[in-house]
Design a protein around this ligand. Structure first.
Ligand code: C2E
Ligand code: CA
Ligand code: CA
Ligand code: CA
Length: 277
């Protein structure tokens, strides 16, 4: 009789927990997820187009709900940005990178991981101290941590200038993400401390097909070269796209052609295989 009673009690507790979660507002639910550290990171390989070697990865956050389902970032990042919860989420992403890949990053000093920053991160600059404090005991070089900032992150352009310059001074590389999708003429970005441009997937989709978009892509590649910036093409799905971009001197590529975002152990295995070829 005792096990049956325990089973019923557990069942009732389960129902109550489930109901109380169900009734939470999305904002409260996200706050609880932050408190319970429900965020995990997947890693999408970044390869050198010239050699096919994996040189790093982009850290892409997912929300793992208690029932095990993974929620895509575009479904909760906007709310996190509105509510200020994005900053503790950025912290958890940095923690995850160190926990998941710390030993891999120390074993391969050339490997880099790119972390996405939101406007609140960039204008507050708070991540700089967090990163410095967290990297110090690990032996991971600051050069191995890249930071991705979109134009949406430059709401306070002066603060962005200052904090991205501090990031570069600390050794990190700064990549401008989703390049070409916003208003940014390069004049606007000129003088922003940066090392790389990430060409948005929407341009890569039409590479070699749509002449108008293709010429924009070529223009971005030329500008980047003149400014001495690395170029990274995201969303590469076909070998033709990769060939086209490689022929035009794009340095790095990322996309399903190479790999989807992978859980940490799968990424470590992918990186290991890529080094052996
Ligand atoms: P993003 O920074 O532009 O990241 C690239 C997105 O394109 C990722 O979606 C990735 O899975 C997807 N992708 C990459 N290659 C391909 C491809 O070949 N084909 C297709 N169809 N898709 C591809 P994901 O992981 O869903 O992330 C969506 C967005 O959420 C990111 O866009 C980024 O803006 C945001 N995000 C992700 N992680 C973080 C984070 O830790 N912090 C912040 N602030 N934002 C994040
Ligand atoms: Ca990104
Ligand atoms: Ca991007
Ligand atoms: Ca994008």
């Amino acid at each position: 009789l005792l096990p049956v009673g325990a089973f019923i009690a557990a069942f009732i507790v389960g129902i109550v927990v489930w109901l109380s979660r169900k009734r939470l507002e999305p904002r409260a639910e996200l706050a609880l997820a932050v408190q319970n550290r429900e965020f995990v990171v997947h890693y999408q390989p970044i390869v050198a187009l010239a050699t096919g070697i994996c040189v790093g990865a982009e850290a892409l956050v997912r929300w793992r709900r208690p029932d095990g389902t993974l929620v895509r970032p575009d479904l909760f990042i906007p709310l996190a940005e509105e509510t200020g919860l994005i900053m503790p989420i950025t912290d958890q992403v940095i923690d995850a990178v160190i926990a998941d890949l710390g030993s891999t990053l120390v074993a391969d000093r050339t490997l880099h991981i790119a972390v996405n920053l939101s406007a609140a991160d960039i204008s507050s600059g708070r991540f700089l101290d967090v990163v410095a404090r967290k990297l110090a005991p690990t032996g991971i070089r600051p050069e191995q941590l890249w930071l991705e900032a979109t134009e949406r992150g430059f709401i306070d352009i002066e603060a962005a200038r200052v904090n991205l310059a501090r990031a570069r001074q600390a050794g990190h590389s700064v990549a401008i993400d989703d390049f070409g999708t916003g208003y940014s003429s390069l004049q606007y970005l000129e003088g922003l401390p940066m090392d790389a441009l990430k060409i948005d997937k929407s341009f890569i989709d039409t590479v070699g097909k749509d002449t108008a978009t293709s010429s924009v892509t070529l223009h971005i590649i030329d500008m980047a070269r003149e400014l001495g910036l690395f170029t990274v093409a995201e969303g590469i799905e076909t070998a033709e796209q990769a060939e086209y971009l490689k022929a035009r001197g794009v340095d790095f590529g990322q996309g399903w052609l190479f790999a989807k975002p992978l859980p940490p152990t799968e990424f470590a295995a992918y990186h290991e295989r890529s080094r052996r070829i």
